[in-house]
Design a protein. Sequence first.
Length: 376
Amino acid sequence: MSTSPLTFELKKRDVNSRARLGVVHTPHGDIQTPIYMPVGTQAVVKAMTSREMDEIGTQILLSNTYHLHLRPGEALIQEAGGLHSFMNWRKPILTDSGGFQVFSLASLRKITEEGVAFQSHLDGSKRFLSPEESMRVQQALGSDIAMCFDVCSAYPCDYDAAKQAMERTHRWAERCKKYHTREDQALFGIVQGAFYADLRIESAKVLSDMDFPGYGIGGLSVGEPKPIMYDMLDQLMPYLPDDKPHYLMGVGTPDCLLEGVLRGVDMFDCVLATRIARNGTVFTKHGRMVIRNAEYAHDFRPIEEDCDCYTCRNHTRAYVRHLLKVGEITGGRLASIHNLRFLLRMMEDIRAAIAEDRLEEYRRDFYNRYDMTRNF
């Protein structure tokens, strides 16, 4: 069994679900789980500074291998001392493999057993990304957690296509593990299998045998109805190693965070919080609020009365709306601060509920007040 710079400490289990309380130990500090990870695609969480991310309680950031490879390039970041130094972030960082972006952003891509040839979405230049190249880039970036290069299945896709993508993901995971040598960086495998339970279970078993220090769950939250995602989690989670962290990739709505935790997920990431903030929508305990709406023009209350974020402590709905309506960049910043803090605080509350054996009560209270069907 290989030695990893990352370890997972299981602290407590919920008595009524698969939820658990844990600590991920990394070279740049401990991560209390379950946790939401804000996404800093271009080595920054949009509109936010590293100091602000620390102030709102961020434990770990995610950055994007594909985008950083294209701009400014991993050589420059390595010259700066690595990603932590480059972006002045002293806590843990996770980098994705670049696989999802290659499949979703790149044009004229050609997938072979060797890797993926594609054209850059920026300038059309010809590029090639393989498992080995993804590992080389991520090792140069110096993140605490790197992700294997995998094959993403579309939704919907037929069984044979899903199976072929899953099997190639497994072969690529073996190549990633063989190439990866950075001793202060952990490498996570990624479970695939689309929306076929037998494939998901097979993928979990195969990757578990490879003994990665952690496991991502990819290919969910790609347009499928939420009950389908929950069903896949219900069926595959018992087959992931219990002593390793479980990371559901690309999921970040409040209800999905809670449902993922209940099924044993420890880590989440998503760009949604800052994306909708820039468009004038904010999270509240009652559901999403479209703060750009005219009804908030004379509303001098904070976005949420009991929120402890900078925005809610210092500004009103009317002010944030005004900034958004006139196109001031600060409007998007203030909304982003609130949305990020909302999700981070939600995870803090969930951790407390697990610790105090009241997660079922938390779940009931959440759904009694949170309306997932409307923006108000």
